[in-house]
Structures are given as structure tokens and as C-alpha cells.
Write a protein that binds this ligand. Structure first.
Ligand SMILES: [Zn+2]
Ligand SMILES: [Zn+2]
Length: 262
């Protein structure tokens, strides 16, 4: 049995919990220490149980809680070479931090970790595929400027995927962002729209993924209902039945998603 949930997920902060075979870890550390403790308390998980933290990239919404977390609990940090250098340059790693470079296949106390490169405006950003001790697989794919074949194949066959559904194009266009920011969000190295996320979900559903969590929603340019309905419609149009072929939910921006046991 494996367990997954998001502790927070939006353009303001991202942190996820994965557990299986007696090992628990965090993906990204976009929660401050007090909120992290509160979130884990609500799941009955002690910070001391965590075996490590895996970082997708160095943007603040993914690492603002990293330094204090690592300093207090001496958690090893798993990240790509470029992300580790960026974290060091930013002072986001406390002195003496144990770091492990993500290359090829890594293992963290029984959980397999495979990283894959994603197009995003960070030093060396990655998506992740976790192979749990019971053989279940979890994919993490947020902060995607666009979807390419490498991303599709890295996620194919995952049981559960956390998928970016960042913005509604009409809300972004009509919204208050200055033009350069609108361009950045929509750019090849920015974020994934609801439609693009839905398309990827459909591709994966046709290849065996049954559980989708939409995440990293913009709090300015999206609404949970729009993200949810866009993905559901695309999946249903492709012939997948909700509740039978797939389950779909949206990660709350600043609250814990109900624990998914799979
Ligand atoms: Zn982000
Ligand atoms: Zn980012």
C-alpha cells in the first residue's frame, strides 16, 4: 500500500508527501516550518519520520521551507546537479547539508526515484517518477512550459500523476498581469494551461493511469472548478468514465489534499 497527498500546491507554494513500505519523503519544500508541521500533524505524520526531501527546481514556491527543514531534521536533499548548484548559490542549503544528485535511477530507502528533464525557466528542472516498494508508481509533473515526448514517456504507466493545470488562457489574457509576465507564463518555459494539462491526462489515461491530481494552479489566473471541468471533459471525450476508468481531483492551494491510498 502506498500513500500520496499534496500539503500545498499553487504558484505560491508546493509540497507533497509520499509514503510506502515504511518510508516517507517530501517532494519540494514550499511550506514554512510551522505550516509544514501543521500539515503533517493533520496526517498523523511526525517530521522525524521523513527520510528525505526531493526538490524539482529552485524556484521559491518549491524551496522556501527547505533551509530550516534540512537544518532541523538533517534530511538529505535529492535534486539535479544544476538545481543543487542553484540552491547553494541562493543560500537555500544550510552548511553541512547532505545532498544527493539525481541522475538515472536513485533509491531512497526502498523508493525508486527517476528524474526527467522538463522545459521551465529554472537552472535544471525535473519531473519525477517514483516506484514504490509495492510496485505502484507516482508521477510528478508541474512547472512545465510545454509537454514533449520525453515527458509523456516518463509518465506513461504511472498509477497516479500529479499534473500541472496552471492557468485558464482567457483568465490570464483578461487578468492584471503585465504583458511580460503573461508571456512568461504561456511561454515554452513557463507553465501548463488547463487545456494542455487535460491533453496530457488524456494521453496517460489511455495508457493506464487511473488517478489524476491537478496541481500548481495559479491563484490569479485559474479556478479549481475550471481546471477540474476542463480535464474531466477531455477525459470523458476520449471515452474514459469518471469513477470507473479514472479518479480526478484538484489539489487545494493552501490545504492538505485528502490522503490517497493506492
Ligand atoms: Zn512552481
Ligand atoms: Zn517554477
Amino acid at each position: 500500500m502506498s500513500r500520496f497527498c499534496t500539503l500545498c500546491s499553487s504558484s505560491k507554494g508546493n509540497c507533497y508527501y509520499i509514503s510506502g513500505g515504511g518510508t516517507s519523503l517530501l517532494v519540494d519544500a514550499g511550506l514554512g516550518p510551522r505550516n509544514l508541521k501543521k500539515a503533517l500533524d493533520s496526517l498523523d505524520v511526525a517530521l522525524e519520520e521523513l527520510a528525505g526531501v526531493v526538490i524539482t527546481h529552485e524556484h521559491t514556491d518549491h524551496v522556501k521551507g527547505l533551509c530550516s527543514l534540512v537544518r532541523r531534521f538533517r534530511l538529505p536533499v535529492y535534486a539535479s546537479e544544476g538545481t543543487l548548484s542553484a540552491l547553494e548559490a541562493m543560500g537555500a542549503l544550510p552548511p553541512g547539508a547532505v545532498v544527493i544528485e539525481l541522475t538515472g535511477e536513485k533509491e531512497l530507502a526502498g523508493i525508486g526515484i527517476r528524474s526527467f528533464s522538463i522545459p521551465h525557466d529554472a537552472a535544471d528542472p525535473v519531473g519525477l517518477r517514483f516506484c514504490m516498494p509495492d510496485g505502484r508508481t507516482v508521477g510528478i509533473a508541474t512547472d512545465l512550459g510545454h509537454v514533449h515526448g520525453g515527458i509523456r514517456s516518463a509518465l506513461t504507466g504511472c498509477d497516479l500523476v500529479l499534473l500541472e493545470s496552471n492557468y485558464d488562457p482567457a483568465m490570464l489574457q483578461a487578468g492584471a498581469y503585465p504583458w511580460f509576465l503573461k508571456r512568461r507564463v504561456q511561454g515554452e518555459q513557463g507553465h501548463l494551461s488547463n487545456e494542455a494539462g487535460a491533453l496530457l491526462a488524456t494521453y496517460l489515461a489511455q495508457r493506464g493511469t487511473t488517478r489524476f491530481v491537478l496541481g500548481h494552479l495559479s491563484q490569479n489566473n485559474n479556478l479549481p472548478d475550471i481546471a477540474y471541468l476542463t480535464a474531466r471533459e477531455a477525459l470523458q471525450e476520449a471515452g474514459a468514465r469518471e469513477g470507473v476508468d479514472f479518479l480526478l481531483s484538484v489539489a487545494p492551494a493552501q490545504a492538505v489534499h485528502p490522503m490517497i491510498v493506492f
